[in-house]
Design a binder for this molecule. Structure first.
Ligand SMILES: Cc1cc2nc3c(=O)[nH]c(=O)nc-3n(C[C@H](O)[C@H](O)[C@H](O)COP(=O)(O)O)c2cc1C
Length: 137
């Protein structure tokens, strides 16, 4: 049975619902899925103990939750060694205005999401996952 870790950050609860729905979907696929709020992760929550990791966070005033950034930064190397995906939850992705599109691009720069290769991979994944996340899962 595959073990999946879902670490999420939320301010108003929407990303928690998305993370829990993802967890339920993985369980229906016969995986063991642990869904954990980034602000409640301790040293025992380690990517090395899982076969795959999903990180989800929402944008508030141009930033993701700090607890998510901290967790990804401290586990970047381990995240790069296994399948991982980043789910970016925001409203600007739905906008057609050029300024809004630019804002989304800015949010996905390495300075917004943690450092190094893990950042590049997560950024790329967020491009893929942002649109589906804006529609029903
Ligand atoms: C105070 C506030 C600021 C927000 N700032 C942004 C933003 O800068 N860019 C964006 O795309 N969405 C922004 N949003 C939309 C949120 O990302 C969106 O509502 C999301 O679903 C919130 O998820 P959460 O409940 O998990 O925190 C903002 C929402 C609020 C309430």
């Amino acid at each position: 049975m595959s073990r999946i870790l879902i670490v999420y950050g939320t301010t108003d609860g929407h990303t928690r619902k998305i993370a829990e729905a993802l967890g339920e979907t993985f369980r229906q696929e016969e995986c063991r899925a642990d869904v954990i709020d980034a602000s409640e992760t301790g040293p025992h929550v380690r990517p090395a103990d899982y076969d795959g990791v999903v990180v989800a966070a929402s944008v508030h005033l141009g930033h993701y939750q700090r607890a998510v950034e901290r967790w990804v930064r401290s586990h970047g190397e381990a995240l790069n060694r296994r399948p991982s995906a980043f789910v970016s939850v925001c409203l600007a992705i739905l906008e057609k205005r050029r300024e809004a599109r630019q804002e989304v691009q800015k949010i996905m720069r390495p300075s917004s999401i943690p450092t190094g290769a893990a950042s590049a991979r997560l950024r790329e994944r967020s491009r893929i996952t942002s649109r589906p996340a804006a529609t029903p899962l």
